[in-house]
Design a protein around this ligand. Sequence first.
Ligand code: FAD
Length: 275
Amino acid sequence: MRRTVFNEDHEAFRETIRAFIEAEVVPVYDEWFAAGQAPRDFYYKLGELGIFGINVPEEFGGAGLETHKFEAVLYEETARAGVQFGGSGVHVLLALPYIKMLATDEQKKRYLPKFVTGEEMWAIAMTEPGTGSDLAGMKSTARLSEDGTHYVLNGAKTFITGGVHADRVIVCARTSAPTAEDRRHGISLFAVDTKSEGYSVGRKLDKLGLKTSDTAELAFVDVKVPVEDLLGEENKGFYYLGHNLASERWGIAFGAYAQAKAAVRFAKQYVQERT
Ligand SMILES: Cc1cc2nc3c(=O)[nH]c(=O)nc-3n(C[C@H](O)[C@H](O)[C@H](O)COP(=O)(O)OP(=O)(O)OC[C@H]3O[C@@H](n4cnc5c(N)ncnc54)[C@H](O)[C@@H]3O)c2cc1C
């Protein structure tokens, strides 16, 4: 059956990505695999290609589109070549929807131009050593300072994709205790600058798959987060997380489809080469 979902622009993008992978990724992929991550500089190349800006408004340096179709092509082409672009997938798939949905104009002006070029890579930190599926149970805290200029962030996160290379991480932390009626109340989101004092990256975790994706532990000890880096409203973080899960699930589902399709292609190739 012929697909009609992609148009000429998507197919031109496919050609560009295929050639880029051949030239820039395949020759060095074994090295990335062994290192357990893609090199940080590679993300600047993705920025130059325009991959990070597809869904970013033009006024902030992007192409101003609202579509998952180019990402879909990207998933298909990386799977087809048996490679991954490190942990960069979360930059666009996970972090960007939060910036677009929650950032003020002032924040967008600060964040998005560097987001598009790859100068600032983003990740998102929800999971904690004792809290995975049950996000309402998270223990990290962000306490507003007495003078109201910043929050003081303490806690730890784990399994954070892109955590080694990230320049900004959307950290979810408790700004107030849960209420008796609603234990999801009291979580807030912060765009934390990873160069802040007290912020540290722990182990890069070894995994069975996703070998070039830098998945890390993070720790925060009295990290000062300016109030200007609160994303959205205080205490409403859980609802923002719930809202954005749909697009994350789209990415996981489409990635699984693309890899299954590539596996069939690899199997056919294998058989053809031996008959
Ligand atoms: C490769 C990788 C990358 C990741 N990247 C990120 C990231 O970038 N940012 C981030 O914040 N997190 C990330 N995570 C963490 C991921 O979101 C968590 O692993 C996930 O939320 C599940 O949490 P857990 O591993 O603690 O499992 P648990 O919550 O302990 O769950 C274990 C099992 O129990 C089941 N279970 C749990 N609660 C219930 C219940 N009430 N009823 C029935 N069954 C239940 C679950 O379905 C699961 O099968 C990543 C994880 C991996 C493996």
